[in-house]
Design a protein around this ligand. Sequence first.
Ligand code: 13P
Length: 255
Amino acid sequence: MQSTRKLFVGGNWKCNTTLEKSVNLVETLLNSLSFNSAKLDVVIAPIFIHIPALKSGIKNAVQIAAQNCSLTSQGAYTGEIAADQIKDIGIDWVILGHSERRSYFGEDSELVGKKVKIALATGLKVIACIGEKLEEREAGNTFDVVKNQLTAINKEVSHEDWKNIVIAYEPVWAIGTGKVATPEQAQEVHEYIRKLMVEINNSEIAENVRIIYGGSVNGKNSSELIGKEDIDGFLVGGASLKPEFADIVKSCDSN
Ligand code: 13P
């Protein structure tokens, strides 16, 4: 079943690196990756202002994502970057709803849903992040949290739009903590999400949507995680800035 879905490895660089270091990562790490781009998307998300320099330096099929976009269109909105301005410079992807934006910048599920709609309307593809906090998991609310976050997005998009959305399940307690979800814990939630997609959309959409895992993925745990039926790839934070990102890509390329 999994074989019909193209795998996906994202590298979320977050608010890290200088321009020099970013360019160096492209030259030494990304340009030496070789993978079958018909079967695997590799997408890195640097900070906005590094994108033009990195885009021109990438020599293979690695793609670039923005880490956010504005809820507004172009106009008098100081400090914002509109979705169509991202598309305008030749970028095809945007990460939305990351837990760091939800917790540190007050983005709630309703706003995330609206941003997803705007991004899709401009022709961007979306990596939509959802995931529960530790206290929510401990209270037994993981499925409810994930359901609420996903239905808020689903409310704003059409069936057709789901072709352009990758769902990133990122349990907040596993992000940047070194505490990776076990393959079984991740699979359990991915399976739930896929079933939920049948319920709120239909089985074709559920079967085709890519559900990737994020949270302390590294060169050592990626092979086992990617072996799970409903895990279609990763959104990698810390390890995407290190040589082991190549091992993560390789674990998916050879899967
Ligand atoms: P880490 O891989 O550093 O845990 O971060 C995951 C993440 O937030 C990716 O978006």
